[in-house]
Design a protein around this ligand. Structure first.
Ligand SMILES: [Zn+2]
Length: 314
């Protein structure tokens, strides 16, 4: 049996896991990221948490074939520098130099959203599927593309920025500095913004009761709760949101023609409440949708484990 080490690096936690060749996580250790610290300290902890995961698995360093790391960044293949990691304030960091000094395993670093997509394609909701688009709906809108079983990286390993595809010309300002990006309409943040606007205009909405009269207390799940209770405003909010989301998804389908689209992130937990209206809109709104159909749309299965499994199998 071969064993691989995966490390998921985020602004909040560093989570390491040992994964066997059948994609099972056999040990997992999580420690706080301590994002305010120096590169030296954080990379020390990236190694430490990884060694703890090996130790917890009962294996030794020599039993591990390779080490993969998913980070909210990517390494430029020309300069070998980690381009930027906003969660740590890093820019053009010689990350391999730091890590290889501290642990003598072959290491590879990849964007965390790409790792999650690979994890879902290897062992999760798209297990065994060669062409997959994974979309993570959270504070932002991220994702990864698996093309012919491999992460699509593009030139300079920039990959694809699914959330920054233009949805509306001269539209709402996006976090990236552009206007009208899909993220500005389809992230969880955008859904909540759309909900607040609708609730302000509909004094009779049940969402007022569900948020206790405090509009700032509205979360994604508040909207889905409203839908379950038959609230018309909540239904309209989701209808508008899924129109935007389906529009973005139809672009991904037309460009990449995946077999499956996997939706991850908190909003996707709504399951069929979200998936059913998407499926209904996707065929008529996608190029050749009525003639050749559209990919199946499913929610992610592995949660945060997808990033560890994907990293381990880079
Ligand atoms: Zn953008």
């Amino acid at each position: 049996m071969n064993y691989y080490l995966g490390l998921d690096v985020g602004g909040t936690n560093l989570v390491a896991g040992v994964v066997d060749e059948e994609y099972r996580i056999i040990s997992k250790v999580s420690i706080p990221a301590g994002a305010h610290r120096t590169i030296e300290e954080i990379t020390d902890d990236m190694v430490a948490v990884s060694l703890q995961a090996i130790s917890k698995s009962g294996l030794s360093e020599g039993d591990i074939s390779k080490w993969g790391i998913g980070m909210p960044s990517y390494v430029n293949p020309k300069t070998k520098l980690l381009v930027h990691a906003n969660c740590f304030g890093w820019k053009n960091v010689p990350i391999y130099d730091y890590l290889e000094r501290k642990l003598s395993l072959p290491v590879q670093i990849e964007n965390d959203a790409n790792c999650a997509a690979l994890g879902e394609a290897l062992a999760g909701a798209a297990k065994g599927v060669e062409n997959v688009v994974m979309l993570t709906i959270g504070t932002g809108l991220g994702g990864g593309i698996i093309m012919n079983g491999k992460i699509y990286c593009g030139a300079d390993r920039m990959g694809a920025e699914l959330g920054h595809v233009k949805l509306v010309y001269d539209g709402i300002p996006c976090t990236c500095g552009q206007k009208g990006c899909a993220e500005a309409y389809c992230s969880a943040t955008a859904l909540i913004r759309q909900a607040k606007e609708a609730v302000r205009q509909n004094r009779n909405s049940l969402l007022w009761d569900l948020c206790g009269g405090d509009i700032n207390a509205i979360e994604g799940k508040t909207i889905f709760k409203g839908i379950e209770m038959g609230d018309e405003t909540a239904r309209q909010i989701l209808e508008q949101y899924t129109e935007y989301l389906t529009c973005a998804m139809s672009t991904y389908i037309t460009l990449f023609r995946p077999e499956k689209i996997i939706l991850g992130g908190g909003i996707a937990q709504a399951g069929e409440l979200l998936l059913a209206p998407i499926r209904e809109r996707l065929i008529p709104n996608t190029f050749a949708g009525t003639e050749i159909g559209v990919p199946t749309v499913e929610t992610a299965k592995l949660g945060n484990d997808a990033g560890i499994i994907g990293a381990a199998f880079l």
